[in-house]
Design a protein around this ligand. Structure first.
Ligand SMILES: N[C@@H](CCC(=O)N[C@@H](CS)C(=O)NCC(=O)O)C(=O)O
Length: 203
């Protein structure tokens, strides 16, 4: 979703190929594009690139004509890189919680300890974001690709933690939600969603 959102923000032409989670992602044809059989994979310039962070950086450095990128040597370069990679730190907790609450079917196989620990660690990452966003509209001086990267992580996090605990994150996320490109990148009506509930918590 974050790559799709970025592509819409960049305003470039592209073809989207949707793959269901499951055997199709482990087919020989798809494994030739992404050796772990995960999404996303980007076919560009006669090559295939995987890892969202790398895709974000490559798309920005080759196609951005606006403000989404902070090129080497520009004032917010360091911060741009920091938040780009921070997105993955947040996302990892969302992925662990998705596994515990959704991918593992049977209650007996789930670990309440890991669910509690990962939810707390996710909250800590949001606390840091909240402190940074106090008095700011965006992570950097203007909207950029790192708002997309971290914004997607907040999209996943909101399923596992109550974002209202983090008022600055909540305000920023609400603002991102109003962007046309964000709306276009959301799963379409009738899609088979991973998150079928608005909130997953440890009962
Ligand atoms: N760090 C990788 C994570 C890729 C990843 O784990 N993608 C998930 C979806 S968000 C996936 O394809 N899961 C399917 C699976 O593991 O079978 C990236 O950002 O590209």
């Amino acid at each position: 979703m974050r790559t799709l959102w970025l592509l819409y923000e960049l305003g470039v032409d592209f073809e989207l190929v949707v793959h269901d989670f499951g055997p199709e992602l482990r087919s020989e044809a798809y494994l030739a594009k992404h050796p772990l059989g995960r999404v996303p994979a980007l076919e560009i310039d006669d090559k295939v690139l995987f890892e969202t962070g790398a895709i974000t950086e490559y798309l920005c450095e080759t196609l951005d004509s606006g403000d989404l990128f902070r090129a080497p040597g520009t004032p917010e370069r360091m911060e741009w890189l920091q938040w780009l990679h921070y997105a993955e730190t947040v996302a990892v907790h969302g992925a662990a919680l998705t596994q515990q609450h959704i991918v593992i079917y049977e209650d007996k196989d789930r670990s309440p300890l890991i669910m509690k620990l990962e939810a707390r660690r996710l909250e800590k990452t949001l606390e840091v974001l909240d402190a940074h966003l106090a008095g700011r509209d965006y992570l950097l001086s203007t909207f950029s690709a790192v708002d997309i990267a971290v914004g997607y992580s907040a999209y996943v996090a909101r399923v596992f933690v109550d974002l209202s605990q983090f008022p600055h994150v909540e305000r920023w996320f609400a603002m991102l939600n109003r962007r046309e490109s964000y709306q276009r990148a959301l799963p379409p009506e009738g899609a088979n969603l991973i998150y079928k509930s608005d909130r997953y918590t440890l009962d």
